[in-house]
Design a protein around this ligand. Structure first.
Ligand SMILES: Cc1cc2nc3c(=O)[nH]c(=O)nc-3n(C[C@H](O)[C@H](O)[C@H](O)COP(=O)(O)OP(=O)(O)OC[C@H]3O[C@@H](n4cnc5c(N)ncnc54)[C@H](O)[C@@H]3O)c2cc1C
Ligand code: FES
Length: 260
């Protein structure tokens, strides 16, 4: 059921990304990696990872289309509807984790990094984006006590390289039990390959078009096994991803058509 609430504050993370805070009892109980369906009155309803849970919750949005642009323009006091939390969270059983976040996928790893650091577990966060405008939460991760490495395609922030080069470098040092990743799917597919080759466990959070968000409409079903991203995911393990034939290759648009 959707419960409406009001935006309590909006934080500009950078020129393109906003964090929208609100209060919501159920969403506050979310585990790291879970998502909510956010209804923007008069526009649409879209899935969003919770970038904060607890007494105050938040989603962090990058404007790309109608719904995300409307969200990015929201102000304190605006009404939104929230359903959830939904989905399978990160497993959180590992002790030394390399987190890899790309683009707005950075939002999905935020609560996982902080929960691990609260338990004094070792966390390295590799953040990658096309340009510096798309990097956010770097200081938040540093404050939590994580080691942070930033890469941008154009070199406008951090190292000028692909984030996957950093992943290869870190895994060569061999000090990790697992890699948790969320970001563009081609990036994640490469991260999963690197982790599999290094024999390190890996968990990736997938994005697909969603309608119901809890497993009945079939909009987010994956080839070939029929896993539903909203129900069996969004987190999938490296072993599971080997059987998902569309992973890293294509997804479906709102009408169900394949898009590379
Ligand atoms: C579990 C989950 C968590 C998410 N968390 C976040 C988040 O924390 N922050 C954030 O900014 N975005 C997040 N997203 C993505 C977000 O839901 C979509 O970007 C949003 O639905 C786009 O809506 P729109 O109306 O702005 O754009 P549209 O006009 O609907 O789409 C713009 C473009 O993005 C593509 N697209 C739209 N939705 C998806 C999708 N779900 N998967 C793949 N491609 C898509 C479209 O095909 C189109 O090319 C998440 C998605 C999922 C499934
Ligand atoms: S969104 Fe309906 S089954 Fe996943």
């Amino acid at each position: 059921m959707t419960f409406t609430t009001r935006v309590t504050r909006v934080v500009e993370e950078n020129p393109k990304v906003r964090t929208i805070h609100f209060r919501h009892e159920k969403a506050g109980e979310a585990r790291p990696g879970q998502f909510v369906m956010v209804w923007i009155p008069g526009v649409d309803e879209v899935p969003m990872s919770l970038s904060k849970a607890g007494r105050e919750c938040a989603v962090t949005v990058g404007a790309i289309g109608d719904a995300t642009s409307a969200m990015a323009g929201m102000k304190k006091g605006d009404v939104i509807g929230i359903r959830g939390p939904y989905g399978r969270p990160y497993s959180m059983t590992h002790r030394r984790i390399l987190f890899v976040g790309g683009g707005t996928g950075i939002a999905s790893i935020a609560t996982a990094v902080e929960a691990h650091r609260k338990k004094r577990r070792s966390c390295t966060v590799a953040l990658g984006a096309r340009t510096k405008e798309l990097i956010f939460f770097a200081n938040r991760f540093k404050r939590a006590g994580a080691k942070v490495r930033i890469t941008t395609d154009d070199g406008s922030m951090g190292e000028k390289r692909f984030v996957t080069d950093t992943v290869e470098e870190e895994l060569r040092r061999g000090a990790f039990d697992a890699v948790y990743t969320c970001g563009p799917e081609k990036m994640m597919a490469r991260v999963v390959d690197i982790a599999n080759a290094a024999r390190v466990e890996v968990e990736a959070s997938l994005e697909r078009h969603m309608r119901c968000g809890f497993g009945i409409c079939g909009a987010c079903t994956l080839d070939d096994g029929g896993e539903r991203v909203c129900q069996e995911g969004p987190m999938f393990t490296g072993k599971e991803l080997r059987k998902i034939t569309e992973f890293g290759k294509y997804h479906r648009d709102a009408s169900g058509r394949k898009v590379a």
